[in-house]
Unconditional design. Structure first.
Length: 83
């Protein structure tokens, strides 16, 4: 694991991003009380990728048409979730 200062990170960002891509853990220390971990993310990690946005838009259209299932009990929630 590498712990570097924010100044070092700013000066050598490319180097540290490459290290993270190779599996190295990099922590950027900012002042005495803040630290940040660099972590690569994939398309699947993004909350609002193009596929998710399309699903949200489709759900909104369904709801506007009244194509919804109303649930009023915990039993119905369990059934919906297959529990």
């Amino acid at each position: 694991m590498l712990v570097i200062s924010s100044r070092e990170f700013r000066q050598n960002q490319k180097l540290y991003f490459e290290k993270v891509d190779q599996g190295e853990q990099v922590i950027v220390q900012r002042g005495n009380d803040k630290a940040y971990a660099l972590t690569p993310i994939s398309e699947d990690d993004m909350y609002f990728n193009a596929e998710m946005i399309q699903k949200i838009k489709a759900s909104i259209k369904e709801a506007k048409k009244g194509e919804v299932k109303k649930i009023s009990s915990s039993k119905e929630i369990d059934e919906l979730l297959g529990l």
